[in-house]
Design a protein. Structure first.
Length: 592
């Protein structure tokens, strides 16, 4: 008797005796018959119990959701009109002749047979039950196919998959390291890698040419919907390559993944835009291109209007200012209360306020009605290509702030208009990033991405006189408003890499302590090299149409960075601490 999976039974098996193993998915009692859907990892098959087989039927009456069963019976075609076209097995059923209950189940804390929303912490607390649901089965299956497609692509292009260690030296890359105390060397610590950045560069110095890895990485930062303390990334590095060559290789990988894992085609080539252009048109260096509604500069329309609070901003980019407008299709019918709510939303984005103009059927209306005239309002309408019934949302501020606020308003409008289709995949490259930026809190110069990125050709002379004007050989791959990954051509000379570290405020002593091994390696004929990393969890999240990477990771932490199933992190015993020469000093709680 063949043993079949619960997704494999079909009309070709009619008349055959088969064995099925799985979980009780759903139960229905009709006209003296018991119908049960039995489920395994491969699908669902309907089985039927006839009261003529009294012993089997009596046992079947005791079955409840998630009991584990083994059944044997004969496959038959379902009666006309009872087929289920939504199931691959929907044309058949199995008339059970033998039933064995392999294990009983407690009543699950949520319904396994439904994909109804369940509190996330409850799903994570019982993750092993959540795995049984169709959503998680689908997402983890897509993840497997994506990883396989990545490995197949890079293998076909001559890359070696090389594992790098998870216990390394602490060389912070912008986030806090997870530290691991050494029992053998009391008082010393390993760090878990934030990325294999230096390790893969050392592989290139070692002449290995083409490296890839599905790497585990760790960052001690606050969790968000698209962040986790531990995550996976596709990590790639190559020698003797240009920026365009790396981008072409990675673009081919993404195209192959989408074709192999999702049977979907993406544009060839993918669009590219400069960093400054992305900020100007979309208010973000991660532009969502699934819809239009680009930001429109309107500072000149307000010049000479005599509006005091716009006087500075109307000077535009030459004054370091911007007045940006976002078109809201259909927004002309909103009430004043609606616009007040939009103003409050803009304030949460950092705006001091919001100017709105509604082109309503009975004439235009505005939050600054008394300060505008018909001619200026019409110029704004023409500039922004607003149609009758539309509205304009206008932000005035310093150039960068106005761009970012207007960009967030653009996304807010798109969300209200249901323009963010998760089944649409709008990729683009963003290039020509600044090499350095000024830290908003300290005011000090820091790197825009990481300190191993090489400047654009011909930019080295700006290093001492105007470092903030330097551009980087850096590139980001963006999908639907998310950064999928970043890459760059690397600094491959020790002298210039040391200059970068010094620019970031590190002393030579600190440089040698943290990066001495790497600078030494650069002095032994390091070749030009570059690469990229893609956030695997984020790739899968977007491919599955999910909004949180926790729904595509088997065992994620929750929003408080806790594993609520294993109750981790957790205290350890005093004996374990003594072995590591550690003492725990918990900060005292404040009296207030």
């Amino acid at each position: 008797m063949p043993k079949l999976s619960c997704g494999a039974v079909n009309l070709a098996h009619v008349g055959q005796a088969v064995e099925l193993n799985g979980w009780v998915h759903r139960r229905r009692d009709h006209g003296g018959l018991i119908f049960i859907d039995v489920r395994d990892h491969d699908g669902v098959t309907q089985i039927i119990f006839d009261p003529d087989l009294a012993d089997v039927f009596a046992t079947a009456e005791s079955l409840r959701s998630e009991d584990v069963v083994r059944v044997a019976g004969r496959v038959r075609a379902r009666p006309a009109g009872t087929q289920n076209p939504k199931l691959p097995t929907g044309d058949v059923e199995v008339a059970v002749e033998h039933l064995e209950i392999l294990n009983r189940s407690l009543t699950p804390p949520f319904v396994i047979a439904s994909d109804d929303d369940v509190d996330e912490n409850l799903r994570l607390r019982y993750r092993y039950l959540d795995f049984r649901r169709a959503r998680m089965q689908h997402n983890l299956g897509v993840r497997h196919r994506i990883v396989k497609a990545m490995r197949d692509y890079f293998d076909a292009h001559g890359f070696l998959e090389i594992e790098t260690p998870n216990l390394i030296k602490s060389t912070p890359e912008g986030a806090r390291d997870y530290l691991v105390p050494s029992r053998v060397h009391p008082g010393s610590f390993y760090a878990l890698p934030q990325s294999p950045q230096l390790l893969k560069q050392l592989l290139m110095i070692g002449g290995l040419g083409r490296y890839m890895q599905i790497a585990r990485c760790f960052r001690d930062e606050d969790p968000r919907a698209d962040r986790q303390p531990e995550f996976s990334q596709l990590d790639v590095e190559m020698t003797f390559v240009s920026q365009d060559e790396v981008m072409t290789m990675m673009e081919g990988a993404v195209r192959s993944v989408w074709q192999q894992a999702l049977n979907a085609t993406i544009p060839d080539p993918l669009p590219r835009m400069r960093h400054a252009e992305a900020l100007r048109r979309f208010g973000s260096d991660k532009p969502d291109l699934r819809f239009g509604l680009e930001l429109i500069d309107v500072h000149d329309v307000f010049q000479g209007a005599g509006i005091k609070f716009l006087e500075t901003a109307s000077g535009g980019p030459q004054a370091g200012q911007r007045i940006a407008a976002v078109r809201f299709p259909g927004g002309g019918t909103l009430s004043r209360r609606d616009f007040d709510a939009l103003t409050e939303t803009a304030k949460t984005f950092g705006a001091g306020g919001l100017i709105w103009i509604a082109y309503a059927p009975d004439g235009w209306k505005s939050s600054i009605q008394k300060l505008l005239d018909d001619e200026r309002v019409e110029r704004l309408r023409t500039r922004c290509e607003a149609q009758p019934g539309d509205a304009l949302l206008i932000v005035a501020d310093r150039e960068q702030a106005a761009s970012e606020i207007a960009g967030r308003l653009r996304l807010h409008v798109a969300e209200r208009l249901n323009l963010l289709d998760p089944k649409t995949f709008a990729f683009c490259w963003v290039i020509d990033f600044p090499l350095f930026e000024r830290d908003a809190q300290s005011g000090e110069i820091t790197f825009s991405h990481h300190p191993f990125t090489a400047p654009a050709p011909g930019q080295e002379e700006l290093f001492d006189e105007d470092p903030l004007a330097m551009r980087a050989q850096h590139y980001d791959l963006v999908l639907n408003g998310y950064e999928l990954g970043s890459g760059s051509i690397r600094n491959h000379t020790a002298a210039f890499q040391r200059k970068i570290f010094r620019k970031l405020g590190l002393s030579d002593e600190a440089i040698d302590d943290r990066f001495g091994f790497f600078l030494e390696a650069l002095q032994y004929g390091a070749p030009p090299h570059g690469g990229m990393a893609l956030g695997l969890d984020r790739v899968v999240m977007l491919a599955c149409g999910e909004s949180s990477i926790r729904d595509v990771i088997a065992y994620p932490k929750n929003q408080m960075a806790r594993d609520v199933m294993m109750e981790s992190p957790s205290p350890v015993s005093p004996a374990q601490l003594r072995e590591l020469a550690l003492e725990i000093k918990v900060p005292a709680k404040s009296a207030g």
